[in-house]
Design a protein around this ligand. Structure first.
Ligand SMILES: *Cc1c(COP(=O)(O)O)cnc(C)c1O
Length: 389
């Protein structure tokens, strides 16, 4: 029977064993056995479907991927040990020496390292384009450009990129569009609707949602995923069965959790607007957000991240963090527990001052990943910490 995505995230399940278990077992096995020499030959020859070895595929991993494909409206996927594994393998699997990547400037810190330090070792170059200058994107496309890579909303500035516009751009130049959909999750936004060819996730964040395991996902077009899968099977970044089992269970509550993250984040953002200790509160579904109309157009809700700019720069931001009693100081996000991060001194400290400025990472900027606690407690803690700055 055909069901809604919310139901698929709960009901899609690896085949039941003869034990008739209700919850899916953990398939902790590195390899799989064959009924006969002939079956071994046929599975290796891909004439018969089946598991061979958990670096290639595993029932827990396949279950997670089936759900992610359904949620992201994608044809095929591969699961990785971390989000960076997914991003690296997607680029390395699709590109070769001489190719060029056009990337949105506000990409995740390690993605920036990949583009600027790792891929150039194999002759793959990149340019950064700015959200504020949409005409500039086209000028950066060269005959060598193969891929556009973006995040929306971006980390930590929450800049949005118009996915409909980007989909047209990529079609005009026949490029592959890769979207890191980590912040929005498939609950709030489906890049495939706008023409994304590959969608990547750090499953470590909202997909796990409880700060336990690392994971990465790439899903998308069958033909492109075949190349990414080939690269990944033979280079070894596969997700473990255990992490896949945890993450697949987490998907059962993704919808519920993301709705609550959005409720809490909007309430916090509204409560903090106008706070005298703050220069700015950024949240996509606040009316004061510069790209509010775009947020409404392409996101179902505003997400779980609120960015604030504390008056008084780094010193003030530091005092704010140290004054917190409930909220954690950590680099993760998408957890049940509210987390604050000071990007300029931690996640984005490797960028130059100019690079940080270009992506809106000011010395006073603090990223708040709003958790699932009773939001009045979170608001109270943040307000008391700001009052003492
Ligand atoms: C965390 C993150 C990544 C990297 O994922 P890991 O699981 O930490 O490797 C990539 N992109 C975004 C937007 C992230 O937040």
């Amino acid at each position: 029977m055909s069901v809604n995505n919310e139901t698929s995230a709960i009901r899609l399940q690896a085949g039941r064993s003869h034990h008739r278990e209700h919850s899916v077992p953990l398939y902790l096995t590195s390899s799989f056995v064959f009924e006969s020499a002939e079956q071994a030959r046929a599975v290796f020859a891909e004439e018969e479907e089946g598991n061979v070895y958990s670096r290639y595929s595993n029932p827990n991993v396949d279950e997670l991927l089936a759900k992610m494909c359904r949620l992201e409206k994608a044809e095929a996927g591969f699961a990785f040990a971390s989000g960076m594994g997914a991003i690296f393998a997607s680029l390395a699997g699709l590109l070769q020496a001489g190719d060029h990547v056009l990337a949105g400037r506000a990409v995740f810190g390690s993605t920036h390292q990949l583009l600027s330090k790792v891929l150039p070792k194999w002759g793959i170059t990149h340019s950064y384009a700015d959200v504020a200058d949409p005409d500039g994107w086209e000028k950066l496309i060269t005959p060598a450009t193969k891929v556009i890579l973006i995040e929306t909303p971006s980390n930590p500035g929450l800049e949005l990129i118009d996915l409909e516009w980007l989909g047209e751009l990529k079609r005009k130049y026949n490029l592959v569009l890769i979207v890191d959909n980590c912040f929005a999750t498939p609950v709030l936004q489906n890049p495939v609707d706008y023409g994304a060819d590959i969608v990547v996730h750090s499953a470590t964040k909202y997909i796990d949602g409880q700060g336990r395991v690392l994971g990465g996902i790439a899903v998308g077009r069958q033909d492109l995923m075949a190349e990414i899968r080939f690269f990944s099977r033979h280079t070894g970044p596969a997700m473990s069965a255990f992490n896949a089992w945890v993450l697949s269970k987490s998907l059962e509550t993704l919808q519920l959790r993301v709705e609550k993250h959005c409720d809490n984040a909007l309430q916090l953002a509204e409560a903090l607007e106008g706070n005298p200790a703050l220069e700015q509160v950024r949240y996509p579904f606040l009316k004061s957000f510069p790209q509010y109309e775009l947020a409404k157009k392409q996101m179902r809700r505003g997400g779980g991240i609120v960015s604030i700019a504390v008056k008084g720069g780094y010193e003030a931001a530091k005092r704010f963090l140290d004054n917190l009693q409930l909220v954690s100081i950590s680099a993760n996000l998408g957890d049940t527990r509210t987390i604050v991060t000071h990007p300029a001194s931690t996640t984005h400290s490797k960028l130059t001052e100019a690079e940080r400025q270009a992506t809106g990472i000011t010395p006073g900027l603090v990223r708040i990943s709003v958790g699932l606690e009773n939001v009045t407690d979170v608001i109270a803690d943040i307000q008391q910490a700001l009052a003492k700055v």
